[in-house]
Design a protein around this ligand. Structure first.
Ligand code: IVH
Length: 659
């Protein structure tokens, strides 16, 4: 029995490989089904024989309650983008500048989600998503169901490979057709469908989605004595992985450009979506020479296909009110699909923007959308007008509270100045809970709006008092004990956030995520920050007068100040938890001014000083501790001499920063 069992596994695995990976079927569907049925029967009667790499695991079965986190020992990086020929040539020049005579491997950029596959002694052991590049999620059970992922390799080796999981256009269309029949929401594009499928806790559902996989990256080529990327692709193919037949080794920039032209043309006829061409330096030693930035390898890049423009009708222009009271006109469009996603709306930014494009309601307009980019109205087509179009008129009153709108001097935007305007308050609450602010999972836009309208929350403090309404909340339609407790837990957890999130969340105009980080680092506690003076704030590099004034104005409003104090009282953490592991005794809390031309850019020097705990300001004063002086310094140098402040030249600053 054991022998027959092993034989069946071999036959079916080979058939799967020939059919799915090589696209070259060797047995009929009937024969395949017969073998598979026999295999199932043996497994039912002799469960002790079941092997981990049995093809029966492809049907799924395990149901998880969550995805575990996985640490990538080699980070999974993303790719830099280039958009035209001249950027490709600059990429090539950067490589040549390092003395490299480059060959490139050109590949299709598959529009799916990247995956890392791990094998031990030739057996598939686990798979993980990219996540943030360092921590991903364990999707082993779902990946096991993908027939183009081998469960056993042709050699018993330990290896990690990376590639792209995707859904073919046909499977995507069939899936959406079925979803429509069943009244379910449709997936926007094959990438979303693939991502949604891989995130199914029930692997049977994932199996039913017929995902596929191309392998394109070997993170450790030297471990296998491999010296070029092209060899790595061949090596992975021999091991049983599915590598893309379009991959091509090119020897010149002209060949590279022809590849792009050829594949751009072939794109509509491919059975899967691609969004560009990946260009990779072939020699591994050359790749090493080029190295990496924090996010991208410098030895590869992705040429992105140009965004496509489509025509549709501008049905209406409606106005929305942001949390700062800013009024934004928005285009309401006749729904249209652009590169796989349905566009119904696009921001029109402000009155001047609409006027500069001479848009009229009823116009035929051209819409542009590139992958990951917000849709944009490019222009109106006046030649398509028939006289029924209506001129754009900027509103004078808030569309929500009807108060008179104000346009501040020198600004393009209109504002609703009523702090009690419902729209402003709701937007403010949405911002407070959002992912980059207090990150309160479960309190999404809709729920916040509903809770606001039902008078459960009217301000930030009320969010933390939501627990007092637990009894009423669990009785609301669509909620229950579990969902309300999840929200209440998320609210409670948000109290532990670091100061920068707290500063960002309270919605001070012009204080974005980056500024909040700088402020948190500088002031360490909310109490310190609240009492900062205008002078002190405006001295901080990257802050300036506009932001400093906005911060001062914000805390001058008693309501704001009291809210923040109450939040601290309730237990919202007011301390900066930014780990400054490299903070250095010398730099910590010292103030620097940089002047003149130095061998490193000023920005680079400033960033390193800040990383080490120092502060960089623009003007020399008695409070300045060190002035860094390069060639052709200005009056700052003279002032430093006059005040007797310590001066560092280029050599000294490099030495100090390197140490
Ligand atoms: S190489 C260090 N090759 O594109 C190597 N990526 O925008 C990094 N992608 O995260 C990846 N096709 O998910 C590579 N042939 C290909 C690819 C590819 C699609 C994806 C991948 C990556 C993203 C970057």
């Amino acid at each position: 029995m054991k022998e027959r069992y092993e034989e069946l596994i071999k036959i079916i695995n080979e058939a799967d490989y020939n059919y799915h990976t090589l696209d070259n079927p060797t047995i009929t569907d009937q024969e395949y089904d017969k073998y598979l049925r026999e295999l199932f029967e043996i497994e039912i009667s002799h469960p002790e024989l079941i092997r981990d790499d049995s093809p029966t695991v492809r049907v799924g079965g395990k149901v998880l309650d969550k995805f575990n986190k996985v640490h990538h020992s080699i980070p999974m990086l993303s790719l830099s983008n280039v958009f035209n020929e001249s950027e490709i040539i600059s990429f090539d020049n950067r490589i040549k500048k390092e003395g490299i005579n480059p060959n490139y491997v050109c590949e299709l950029k598959i529009d799916g989600l990247s995956v890392s596959l791990h094998y031990e002694k030739g057996k598939f052991v686990f798979a993980a998503t990219r996540g943030d590049g360092v921590i991903g999620e364990d999707i082993t059970e779902n990946v096991r169901t993908i027939k183009t992922v081998p469960l056993t390799l042709s050699k018993p080796i330990d290896i990690e490979v990376r590639g792209e999981i995707y859904m073919s256009k046909t499977v995507f269309n069939e899936l959406n057709k079925k979803r429509k029949e069943n009244g379910l929401d449709l997936f926007q594009n094959p990438r979303n469908a693939a991502a949604g499928s891989i995130r199914q806790l029930d692997s049977k559902i994932a199996a039913s989605r017929k995902l596929e996989c191309w392998i394109y990256h070997l993170p450790n080529p030297e471990d296998y004595g491999i010296s070029t990327h092209y060899e790595a692709l061949e090596f992975m193919k021999k091991l049983g992985f599915r590598t893309n037949p379009n991959n091509r080794l090119v020897y010149s920039i002209n060949e590279l450009l022809s590849f792009i032209a050829e594949k751009s043309k072939a794109r509509p006829n491919l059975p899967y979506e691609i969004d560009g061409i990946v260009i990779k330096l072939n020699n591994i030693s050359d790749q090493k020479k080029m190295g990496f930035t924090a996010k991208y390898p410098k030895w590869a890049t992705a040429y992105k296909f140009p965004a496509t423009e489509v025509l549709t009708k501008l049905i209406d222009i409606v106005f929305t009110v942001g949390r700062t009271g800013q009024i934004t006109p928005n285009a309401i469009l006749e729904p249209v699909i652009v590169q796989g996603s349905t566009i119904r709306r696009a921001t029109l930014n402000n009155e001047d923007y609409v006027k500069s494009k001479n848009l009229k309601v009823g116009d035929i307009v051209s819409i542009r959308k590139a992958a990951d980019v917000i849709p944009e109205v490019v222009r109106a087509l006046p030649e398509r007008r028939n006289g029924t179009e209506k001129d754009f008129v900027m509103i004078k009153n808030c569309p929500i509270c009807n108060s008179c709108l104000i346009k501040k001097e020198g600004q393009v935007d209109y504002y609703c100045m009523n702090p009690a305007c419902d729209a402003r308050k709701i937007e403010g609450l949405i911002h407070f809970c959002s992912r980059k602010a207090m990150n309160i999972e479960g309190l999404g836009d809709r729920i916040i709006e509903d809770f606001y309208n039902m008078h459960f929350i009217n301000n930030y403090v009320d969010i933390y008092k939501l627990g007092e309404h637990r009894k009423e909340l669990v009785e609301l339609e669509g909620f229950g004990d579990k969902s309300i407790d999840n929200i209440l837990n998320a609210i409670d957890n948000s109290k532990k956030n670091s100061l920068e999130r707290f500063i960002f969340a309270i919605g001070i105009p012009f204080v974005g995520e980056k500024t909040a980080k700088i402020l948190a680092k500088r002031y360490k506690t909310m109490t310190n920050f609240m009492s900062a003076s205008f002078e002190d704030l405006k001295e901080i590099y990257d802050i300036g007068e506009k932001i400093a004034k906005s911060i001062i104005d914000y805390f001058l409003v008693d309501f704001h100040k009291n809210q923040v104090l109450k939040l601290i009282e309730i237990g919202v953490n007011e301390h900066s938890l930014l780990m400054n592991s490299v903070e250095n005794k010398f730099f910590s809390n010292k103030t620097f001014v940089i002047t003149g031309t130095l061998s490193k850019s000023r920005d680079e020097i400033r960033q390193t000083i800040e990383l080490l705990g120092g502060k960089v300001t623009d003007s020399v004063s008695k409070k300045t501790n060190v002035v860094v002086v390069g060639e052709n310094p200005g009056s700052k140098y003279e002032k430093a001499l006059k005040l007797g402040i310590e001066i560092w030249d280029d050599e000294k600053v490099n030495e100090m920063l390197n140490n």
